[in-house]
Design a protein around this ligand. Sequence first.
Ligand code: WQD
Length: 326
Amino acid sequence: MTWLITGGAGYIGAHVVRAMTGAGERAVVYDDLSTGLADRVPDGVPLVVGSILDGERVAHALADHGVTGVVHLAAKKQVAESVSLPLHYYRENVEGLRVLLDAVTSAGVRSFVFSSSAAVYGMPDVDLVTEETPCAPMSPYGETKLAGEWLVRATGRTAGLSTACLRYFNVAGAARPDLADTGAFNLIPMIFEKLTDGMPPRVFGDGYPTPDGTCVRDYIHVVDLAEAHVAAAHALRSAPGRDLTLNIGRGEGVSVREVIDRVNALTGHDRPPVVAPPRPGDPARVVASADRAAAELGWKARHDIDDMITSAWAGWRRLHPSAARS
Ligand code: WQD
């Protein structure tokens, strides 16, 4: 099969492309390079530069490369930014998806894997989040991911498309230093940023109803996440008309304070955090039940939080050579 991987020049996309080609699939990357990097696309994988809002360009890419499956990763994904730019997020993440699905169904593509998010759950008040946990997104970003799932499932039902909506939990780590996330919009790189500046990491609130008072999240290594896409792609290919919605997490919670302690230990620093005001809208605990992904895909995460921190730190050091010990 030939898979069009939108957003394949991004941090997660680059890992998905390598996992797919490593599994013997043919891949074509479609990316507008607004945040993606062309040199993340491996040799031998065609890169089509364009916006998913450009339906004609998408249609040509699907036809020119004989695409039979799509993995859709291209999206805006910063929660805080989505609050200040909701229309931009709805245009890129929902209208862009609609244009893509229009081209996909016209081209007779049979399989569609969609990058969704744990953000669709909002503030779930459960120990482990299952796919049946009610969705109540707290940000325009989360809303666009839930609306995206509705679009994908509705199109799948009417167009005979096999679909998989993968709800990513907190993604971290890197397969190689040069594939690491270049942004600092999530906990682990934000800790690195503080340590690099010789400052203490910040804990956004320590009064939550959790064992140490700090927020608990389910961190998933990007390599495990990429392998989940391969497993989903194979599951869709083998069962036409399938409609999967799956949590992609480890099923284990780690608190902010625990992450900071591990980062200090693994990077040779010794900088206790300072407590900052809680971030509005932050749920105390969001941890996946990954049972359905195991049952439906035979997939289970293999890497732990130390693997994520160590690999992310190697990537951070590559871009910030001055990131020495405190
Ligand atoms: C994690 C925890 C912060 C920085 C993410 C994103 C998105 C989505 C869902 C895929 C929170 C705390 C952070 C810092 C801190 N994934 N924190 N000090 O908010 O769980 O959501 O996961 O779509 O990636 O929406 O991730 O990394 O922003 O924060 O205390 O310097 O770390 O308050 O509790 P979050 P995050």
